[in-house]
Ligand binder design. Structure first.
Ligand code: FES
Length: 177
């Protein structure tokens, strides 16, 4: 073998080792950066805690004239309430059964709220009259805003003793309309 070929072979062999070293080095750095990247993401995760964003408890539901006599169920899915309009008053029942907390349904033909879980029945005012429910359903706090809309607050609930002795008006468990 000529001297030139030997030198070329030697050079090529040395190159292989360098390529191998570079690859190992790259793998090590990739591992280090990968680890640091995961740690950084983990740290960043603390700035975005897993928070449950609950729906607002205070919201406008429209003007009193938007509601006809009887039970309006259009906010049941969104806010879990029913708006009830009587001749001279308007109130909002929080749609939670007082037995174990299921959501009853309004049965227009029977003029009552019927709980699908254990059969409790409530009249249009939310007063229990059949089944295991121990007391009437609660009513939400209502207010008239300066522009005449109804502001409903489901975080302020009234039990029957409160709405029975209330005078009505522009604020409280029911509005005088
Ligand atoms: S939860 Fe309504 S009757 Fe039991």
């Amino acid at each position: 073998m000529s001297e030139t070929k030997k030198a070329e072979k030697k050079k090529a062999g040395k190159g292989d080792v360098e390529v191998g070293r570079l690859t190992r080095r790259k793998v090590v750095w990739a591992g280090v950066f990968g680890y640091l990247g995961v740690m950084l993401l983990g740290t960043m995760r603390f700035f975005f805690p897993r928070t449950l964003f609950e729906p607002k408890t205070s919201f406008r539901i429209g003007y009193p004239v938007d509601f006809g006599l009887g039970v309006d169920t259009k906010f049941q899915q969104q806010y879990r309430i029913w708006v009830v309009r009587e001749a001279a008053s308007l109130y909002v029942i929080y749609a939670r059964c007082t037995h174990l907390g299921c959501t009853p349904d309004w049965k227009e033909s029977e003029r009552k709220f019927k709980c699908p879980c254990h059969g409790s029945g409530f009249d249009m005012q939310g007063v229990n009259f059949e089944g295991p429910a121990p007391r009437p359903m609660a009513r939400c706090h209502l207010e008239l805003t300066p522009d005449g809309q109804i502001l409903c607050d489901t975080a302020r609930l009234y039990e029957r003793k409160d709405w029975d002795r209330s005078e009505g008006g522009k604020s409280g468990p029911y509005l005088t309309v």
